[in-house]
Every structure is written in structure tokens, then in C-alpha cells.
Design a protein around this ligand. Structure first.
Ligand code: FES
Length: 59
């Protein structure tokens, strides 16, 4: 499923990018291009980043 329609970036590509160490929507954009056009996908990318942060144990 596409997260970014403008740049045809899929959810898997964003997940891979986060798994590779991206911690901000800007880093995801620089790597995948997602969010570099209309930017309507940025909120979705931020939510994915937040979810991944929540999965990382802090203790
Ligand atoms: S949907 Fe991602 S830049 Fe437009």
C-alpha cells in the first residue's frame, strides 16, 4: 500500500527506511522521496515513526 502517492513510496519502503535508522520525516523524505511533493503523507509518516518509537524499549 502506498504511503506517498506522489512519489509512489510504499509502507514497506518507509518501514525499511525506519529500520535502517531514520528517526524523522525529513530523513524518510531524503531517503525515499516521500513527502517531497504535496506533503499530505507527512502526517502518516510521522505516525509510523511514532509507532516505531513506541516499540523500542527504553529501559
Ligand atoms: S503524497 Fe507524499 S508528497 Fe504527496
Amino acid at each position: 500500500m502506498y504511503v506517498c502517492v506522489c512519489r509512489a513510496v510504499t509502507e514497506n519502503e518507509v518501514h525499511d527506511c525506519i529500520a535502517a535508522g531514520a528517526t524523522s520525516a525529513r530523513q524518510v523524505r531524503d531517503t525515499t522521496g516521500a513527502g517531497s511533493d504535496c506533503a499530505s503523507c507527512v502526517r502518516k509518516i510521522c505516525a509510523m515513526l511514532k509507532r516505531s518509537e513506541d516499540l523500542i524499549p527504553t529501559a
